[in-house]
Each structure stands twice: as structure tokens, then as C-alpha cells.
Design a protein around this ligand. Structure first.
Ligand code: XMP
Ligand code: MG
Length: 178
């Protein structure tokens, strides 16, 4: 049991379990993209641990870059804008694999996917460490997913609770009250 800020979290997925599963996904991607020289795009901050492990498990030529997505509550009726900050690579004609820590409602990725398509990528796939199927509200489907989990808050392996907990090697799930 660990305490992050005011909440308690219990180990949920051990480091060794995660390592083995990420290795499997790396093998799948290596097979699927053997002649495609994919460009992985990690979405900061949460994906940096998964992205580093996944990238090192690839046995093919591949590049990696990172972006940060900023959401704004604007005055427009859409109320939500996602901007890719710091993406310098040309996406046109490239095979893109977006690397995410977790797909919850799918809102973050839904907007970014449109942007990648608009930049004329040859193909776009999503590799996510986690999905919460019960929470999904947008039309976003992961092509590669390490683990499907319950709709409960998790920390560790890059994921944070208000900034802390990212450095926990095991994934931890919030402890139910009472
Ligand atoms: P959406 O709803 O856009 O959310 O798919 C994705 C982003 O929400 C954050 N998120 C979490 N972060 N533990 C976390 O540490 C969680 O259980 C969790 N659920 C969602 C995360 O930043 C993700 O990129
Ligand atoms: Mg995130």
C-alpha cells in the first residue's frame, strides 16, 4: 500500500507482468511494421515510461518523438481545443503510432487523431498502456493495448495523481473507501 497525497493505492500490476506484456506488444508492432520505419509519437507526460519501454522492445527501424497536448476551455461552442505542441516532424507519408498511457473517455486522443489525419500521415495507429472500456465515450479504438482495467483511478508506471506517483514501478489502483 502506498500513499500519494491524501489517497491510498494498492499494487495492481507488478513490474515484471508489465515488462512481459510490453515485450509482447513490441513484438507485434515489430512484425506489423517490419518495413515501414514507423514514427512513434508519445503523448506527455503520462506516456513517457511506457514509450521508453515499448520503444526499446522494438527490433525494427523506428523513430520516436513526443508532444504535449494542451486542452483549453474556450468560449467557443465546442469548448475544447487540442493543440500539438512541439511536433516538428513531417507526418505526411509516415506511418504514425501514437503512444498513450491510458485511454479513459477517449476525448484527448479523438481530437489529436483528427490532427494527425489532417497532416496526411500514411497510416495512424494507437498503442496504449491501459484502456478503461467502461469509461469510453468517444470513437477511439486502440490497435495495441497492454491491459484493459476497471474504471478506477490508477497511478504508477508514468501515471500520476496530481503530479506524484509516476515513479512507482508497479501500477497501483486506488483503494476503495470503507
Ligand atoms: P481521456 O478521457 O481524454 O483521458 O481519454 C485520458 C487522460 O486522462 C488521464 N487519466 C488518468 N491518469 N490515472 C491517471 O493517472 C487514471 O486512472 C487516469 N484516467 C485518465 C491521463 O492523463 C490520460 O492521458
Ligand atoms: Mg496523459
Amino acid at each position: 500500500m502506498v500513499k500519494v497525497h491524501d489517497k491510498y493505492f494498492e499494487p495492481y500490476l507488478k513490474e515484471a507482468t508489465i515488462r512481459a506484456r510490453v515485450g509482447e506488444i513490441g513484438a507485434h508492432i515489430s512484425a506489423d511494421y517490419s518495413d515501414k520505419k514507423p514514427l512513434l509519437i508519445g503523448i506527455l507526460n503520462g506516456s513517457f515510461v511506457f514509450a521508453a519501454d515499448l520503444f526499446r522492445s522494438l527490433t525494427i527501424d523506428a523513430e520516436i518523438s513526443f508532444i504535449k497536448l494542451a486542452s483549453y476551455k474556450g468560449t467557443s461552442t465546442t469548448g475544447h481545443v487540442v493543440t500539438a505542441i512541439g511536433l516538428e516532424e513531417q507526418l505526411a507519408g509516415r506511418h504514425i503510432i501514437i503512444v498513450e498511457d491510458i485511454i479513459d473517455t477517449g476525448k484527448t486522443l479523438h481530437s489529436f487523431l483528427l490532427e494527425v489525419h489532417n497532416r496526411q500521415a500514411a497510416s495512424v495507429a494507437i498503442a496504449t498502456f491501459l484502456t478503461k472500456p467502461a469509461a469510453l465515450r468517444y470513437d477511439v479504438k486502440a490497435d495495441y493495448c497492454a491491459f484493459e482495467i476497471e474504471d478506477k483511478f490508477v497511478v504508477g508506471y508514468g501515471l500520476d495523481y496530481d503530479g506524484y506517483g509516476r515513479n512507482l514501478p508497479d501500477l497501483h489502483m486506488i483503494r476503495e473507501e470503507g
